[in-house]
Design a protein around this ligand. Structure first.
Ligand code: ADP
Ligand code: MG
Length: 340
């Protein structure tokens, strides 16, 4: 890797391209973390995919320090808050009131948080031995869950067709990552040590060794925001006692993609907006006002099918978990009002 001017395609629009100045590039290009993660590896996805919106991944917790000169401006641009303030977490109870989300258009509500185990490389860098450790430690902890969180673990490589279909229908399945994750190195050794833990009622799930070591997910078909949030916070309280997650006082929970730093939380609904196409501009503007994102029906970078969109929070750093859900609730109320 030599000349920064020829690194990125002319059409590339990523935050990493925007902020990687020749001076920062020269300063960082020979640096390595203790696990030997390099700048070249960190930005490979952004280089290979000119349509990346961020374009940089962390290979381990230390990446955020070693390459802080590029991560900091990218983090500030994405989350809209500086990367050097103390990040606060607040998973205390929520009482939502005032507005009604029971418009009949909400198909499902989902909250997930991203977590990585401290001291092991993150998915862009991890090797098979460490991936096995992640799977073992996590599954051992998850199998101790009781009550409504009790469930079973399903390695991806051993899923029967019937179960795969069921998980897909219930939005519980994850597949091999897209070209962004491929270029970042996240798909290596697929599907080894990948799997899904699911509670009996299928409202709680954990994805193991996807984009992060853990994606902890709480879901509800319908708009029960408080119940979904409560289930997630109970699971997190339990897992925090059993596992040690990578965390930083300023950056919060450390994740492969800097967009997930902070709470690691993406909370959102699949909602049917029958007039989505005709009201697109107004809906996007309203979402923006509440720092929400409107995505396609099947997640990031997918199409809108049948008027069903995914509305969720964009910011995860500099906002607590509780504030995230409260803001989502207010934003959704505003969006629903428009479509009524
Ligand atoms: P993440 O932010 O968790 O990486 P993705 O956009 O990659 O989310 O989507 C992951 C999966 O979760 C997809 O299969 C998507 O359909 C599903 N999903 C996302 N939001 C919801 C929701 N509100 N209800 C049901 N499924 C959802
Ligand atoms: Mg994803």
């Amino acid at each position: 890797m030599t000349d920064i001017n020829t690194l990125f395609s002319k059409t590339a629009v990523s935050l990493v391209k925007e902020h990687l100045t020749p001076a920062i590039f020269n300063d960082l290009k020979e640096k390595r973390t203790k696990n030997k993660f390099t700048l070249e590896q960190a930005i490979r996805s952004g280089i290979q995919n000119p349509d990346s919106s961020i374009g940089i991944y962390a290979g381990d917790a230390e990446s955020y320090q070693t390459f802080s000169k590029i991560f900091k401006p990218v983090i500030k641009a994405y989350h809209g808050c500086p990367a050097d303030r103390i990040h606060r977490s607040d998973l205390s109870r929520i009482a939502l009131s005032g507005s009604d989300l029971s418009c009949g258009h909400i198909q499902s509500f989902r909250i997930r948080v991203a977590r990585n185990l401290a001291d092991l490389p993150f998915p862009p860098l991890i090797d098979s031995a460490a991936r096995i450790k992640v799977e073992e430690q996590t599954v051992n902890a998850l199998l101790e869950l009781k009550g409504d969180l009790e469930g079973s673990y399903h390695p991806l490589g051993e899923l029967t067709d019937a179960r795969r279909k069921r998980f897909a229908q219930k939005h519980l399945l994850f597949e091999k990552g897209d070209r962004f994750m491929e270029a970042a190195g996240i798909n290596r050794d697929w599907p080894d040590s990948r799997g899904i833990f699911v509670s009996k009622d299928e409202k709680f799930a954990v994805w193991i060794n996807e984009e992060d070591h853990l994606r902890i997910i709480s879901m509800d078909s319908g708009g029960d925001i408080m119940g979904t949030y409560d289930r997630l916070s109970r699971a997190l309280a339990f897992l925090e006692k059993r596992l040690t997650f990578a965390r930083d006082p300023n950056l919060g929970y450390l994740t492969s993609c800097p967009s997930n730093l902070g709470t690691g939380m993406r909370a959102g609904v699949h909602i049917r907006l029958p007039n989505f196409l005709s009201q697109q501009a107004l809906l996007h503007a309203t979402a923006e006002e509440y720092n929400l994102q409107i995505r396609g029906s099947h997640g990031e970078k997918t199409e809108v099918l049948d008027g069903i969109v995914d509305v969720s929070n964009r910011q995860r750093l500099g906002i607590t978990e509780k504030q995230c859900i409260e803001t989502l609730h207010r934003g959704l109320s505003a969006i629903i009002k428009i479509t009524r």
